[in-house]
Design a protein around this ligand. Structure first.
Ligand code: NDP
Length: 300
């Protein structure tokens, strides 16, 4: 097997962000600065890291960010009232509510309250339905980023057999729609699939979005397959040397990178693969949302 190509998500994300920054410049010249409102509730450490990174990237490409942080005493009615205010605020073009929300709040009710034109996560029913029908709507950031990585790696995807492991609403299902519109033959695998490995071994493209560390190894892959690893799993790592016995964690994907690299033609690393693309496409969606809102308002 020839040596495997590492799909560099960081470098690709930088290219996407450069395109976004260029669009922001054009919009600014017309007198508009795109605005992204980020709502964060509670103290979940991972959510805090994600929100910080999103805000940092927004500023870096010239998008205004509006941060709304609350503790878990915020009621659902108060959150819905904030969403209503943001929906009406002309300076806010994108609204992102960082998930998961506390148990006291109905996530679905909050997502559906967001104006679909400002729904930069692409989770509103109007956008989900639009994506399935192949209309030009805001699409979820992670699968959009995966599609871009695949297009840059493989070129035209027409006729390729893509197997997606995982059928969640935020990754697996929208990924299937995007690849279908790119003319792939698409198979979705999930926890009830029978003999999933044999099915995955027929794939030209494997997208892993399972949430199980290193589940997909070489035995799942056809030689020469292109592998996109969406998984972000925090696992404990043994510490050697002076600090032996300490507890340390590190991030691993859903793919066993060392094993899969022996068989795959190209593969994303974790970290540095899909993660940076997700944030880049959040920025891209914010700009797309801004342009669409202007079109609807009859502005250039
Ligand atoms: P979910 O838990 O919502 O979905 C997991 C899916 O995997 C389900 O459809 C489940 O099947 C399926 N599954 C579970 N076990 C198996 C198995 N043994 N064989 C086959 N399929 C199985 O996860 P998400 O889609 O939200 O996330 C997936 C991973 O991607 C996670 O590691 C998450 O952290 C990561 N992620 C990364 C992002 C990024 O920016 N890089 C963004 C979003 C997620 P069933 O439906 O039958 O239960």
């Amino acid at each position: 097997q020839a040596s495997v190509t590492l799909i560099d998500g960081k470098a690709c994300a930088e290219r996407v962000l450069a395109e976004v920054a260029e669009s922001v410049k054009h919009l600014a010249a017309e007198g508009t600065i795109p605005g992204l409102a980020v709502v964060l509730i509670g103290e979940d450490p991972a959510s805090h890291v994600y929100v910080r990174n999103k805000i940092r990237k927004a500023e870096a490409v010239g998008i205004h960010s509006f941060e709304h942080r609350f503790d878990t005493t915020l009621s659902q009615a108060e959150l819905l009232s904030l969403i209503d205010t943001l929906n009406k605020d002309p300076e806010v073009n994108g609204i992102l509510v960082q998930l998961p929300l506390p148990d006291t709040i109905d996530e679905e009710a909050v997502i559906q309250a967001i104006d679909p034109l400002k729904d930069v996560d692409g989770f509103h029913h109007a956008n989900v339905g639009g994506l399935v029908q192949g209309r030009d709507v805001l699409t979820p950031c992670t699968p959009s980023g995966c599609l871009r990585l695949l297009q840059e790696t493989c070129g035209d995807l027409t006729g390729k057999h893509a197997v997606i492991v995982g059928r969640s609403n935020i990754v697996g299902k929208p990924m299937a729609s995007l690849l279908l519109h790119a003319h792939c033959s698409v198979t979705l695998l999930h926890s009830r699939s029978v003999n999933p490995k044999a099915i995955a071994r027929q794939a030209d493209i494997v997208v892993a979005a399972v949430g199980r560390p290193k589940m997909i190894d070489a035995s799942w892959l056809k030689p020469g397959a292109v592998v996109i690893d969406v998984g972000i799993n925090r696992v404990e790592q043994a510490v050697d040397g002076e600090n032996k016995g300490e507890r340390k964690t590190r991030l691993v994907g859903d793919v066993d990178f060392a094993s899969a690299s022996q068989v795959a033609k190209a593969i994303t690393p974790v970290p540095g693969g899909v993660g940076p693309m997700t944030i880049a496409y959040l920025m891209q969606n914010t700009v797309a949302a801004t342009k669409r809102q202007h079109r609807q308002a009859g502005q250039p």
